[in-house]
Design a protein around this ligand. Structure first.
Ligand code: AMP
Ligand code: MG
Length: 489
């Protein structure tokens, strides 16, 4: 078969492009010199109805590089605002372009977005480009999150551009193709609330309901229901982050989705040693987005979402505020019950007892006191292999362990089911920082993608607990320099 006639399977229907023009600017990617495909997500491509082989040839790669606009696409940059570290700014897609919405063979709708496709009207001083290392990093971590069963945007492909990008150093340029339920953010609503009309706000809210929460369409106050649903999804999402030790790093309101997916893998990282004060981002000097602060920051962000929705919640402003406040109060309850449920599962507990929370807190406090590794502590409890760590050698822990065993014996489920629950709830592998760095270094410095491929393979089955995964559970050698991550790279 001639190469040209392999259809890639693009099947666009661009609902966002039919929204009021204030919400976006139609804009094409800026072509790049010599695109080369370095990573493609075969299974994701297939589930989107795309032909992987067609994406691997010149015409397919040209689309992933922004050099060719596929039929049916309508490239645009989205407008949005956002509170960045608490300060409100006009932002927008400064280095991203939405190609369109792919309708899958199952009839689902996903945004196909290029990240790093050149300047847009929202680029401000930026170049609209992205470097290879950070795009591969987003690929690895977002796919690891997906495998951990955490709602997230996905990564379809990474292409190098053949052009340099200028940061502190000259770096190879790259473009990531990101796939998302949508790119609607808290900041999208803030933008319209600040600079749009009430009609536009209503159109945006109705669009969001139709796209993500059709179950509330017929509700008496569907905008309040929308707020409640977003709160519910975020409470579930943040609990999942906490349960695996994921630190987003830059929970600005523009980086919080309305769909409940994790988005924008910039300075994120997984925690090794358990400590709620853990921060990796170089610019988060005050620890605003520290691990332990994520639930309260989520409420703060959701309060900004509620504020943006106020004119739709009730015509009387006081009543609107009251409705929003009540809805926000639910976050803490919902988050807590999701977290407790997840923690019980991590400890093999099926039923509920009043004392469970203190049993969990006692363990976490000991982990903090004895600087225990978060993932490996739960892994050791799961495998009943209490290795030689400071924590496991203490009498405090021995006493806790007896209490825990007594707790397990008070439930009707067998030891075997409890153990299975723990295996399903405690990942043996997470994208540990030193492993991710090692994979990126081989790829970026040496053009050797084998380290990354192996890492991706291991990360794709975090609950498989295979013997081959053991080497990925080891901790980094002690270092006097803390691990640091960076934004906007
Ligand atoms: P982020 O920290 O990645 O969420 O980005 C915050 C804002 O900065 C968004 O509006 C981005 O589009 C914009 N931005 C980040 N990097 C660049 C860049 N290289 N060029 C233009 N805009 C950028
Ligand atoms: Mg962002």
């Amino acid at each position: 078969m001639a190469k040209e006639i392999i259809e890639a399977g693009w099947n666009f229907d661009n609902s966002y492009a039919r929204l009021p023009k204030t919400l976006f600017t139609s804009h094409n990617p800026t072509p790049v010199r010599s695109p080369k495909l370095v990573k493609i997500n075969d299974s994701l491509a297939t589930s989107l109805g795309l032909n992987v082989e067609a994406l691997k040839i010149e015409e397919g790669i040209a689309v992933l590089a922004g050099n060719r606009i596929p039929e049916g696409a309508s490239p645009l940059a989205q407008a949005y605002a956002g509170h960045q570290f608490g300060h409100f700014n006009m932002l927008g897609d400064g280095r991203a372009i939405l190609l369109g919405e792919q309708i899958t063979p199952l009839g689902e709708r996903f945004d196909i977005q290029l990240k790093g496709p050149g300047r847009t009207p929202y680029s401000r001083g930026g170049d609209g480009r992205a470097a290879l290392g950070p795009m591969l990093r987003e690929y690895i971590i977002s796919e690891a999150m997906h495998a951990l069963d955490i709602p997230t945007t996905r990564s379809l492909a990474v292409v190098t551009t053949g052009e340099p990008v200028y940061r502190e150093k000259v770096l190879p340029g790259a473009i990531l193709t990101r796939v998302a339920a949508s790119h609607l953010r808290v900041g999208t609503f803030q933008y319209v609330a600040q600079w749009g009309t009430i009609e536009e706000l209503q159109i945006l809210a109705d669009y969001t309901i139709k796209r993500h929460y059709p179950n509330v369409e017929a509700d008496e106050n569907r905008y309040l229901s929308l707020l409640q649903e977003v709160i519910k999804r975020q409470a579930s999402l943040i609990a999942k982050w906490q349960l695996v030790g994921f630190i987003h790093g830059v929970m600005n309101t523009d980086n919080m989705t309305i769909s409940g997916e994790t988005i924008d893998y910039g300075p994120c990282a997984f925690m090794d040693t358990y400590d709620p004060a853990t921060v990796f981002s170089s610019i988060d000097i005050q620890g605003r987005y520290a691990y332990g602060n994520q639930p309260s920051i989520a409420v703060w962000n959701l309060a900004r979402f509620a504020e943006a929705l106020l004119p739709l919640l009730h015509e009387d402003q006081d009543q609107a505020v009251k409705l929003a406040e009540d809805a926000l109060l639910d976050f803490t309850k919902l988050y807590k019950s999701n977290w407790l449920e997840g923690m019980r599962a991590k400890l093999g507990i099926f039923n509920e007892e009043m004392e469970d929370e203190s049993l969990i807190e006692d363990l976490l406090n000991m982990m903090l006191k004895y600087r225990a590794d978060y993932t490996n502590t739960f892994r050791a409890l799961t495998y009943e292999k209490l290795e030689d760590t400071v924590l496991f050698g203490t009498t405090e822990f021995t006493q806790w362990h007896e209490q825990w065993q007594a707790r397990l014996s008070r439930q009707k489920e067998s030891k075997a089911s409890s153990s299975q629950l723990m295996r399903n709830s405690n990942p043996s592998v997470i994208p540990r920082n030193h492993r991710v760095e090692e994979a990126l270094e081989a790829a970026v410095e040496k053009g050797d993608y084998s380290v990354m491929e192996k890492l991706l393979d291991v990360l794709s089955k975090p609950y498989a607990h295979t013997p081959e995964q053991a080497e990925y559970c080891t901790l980094p050698p002690p270092s006097d320099r803390p691990y640091r991550t960076f934004c906007g790279t």
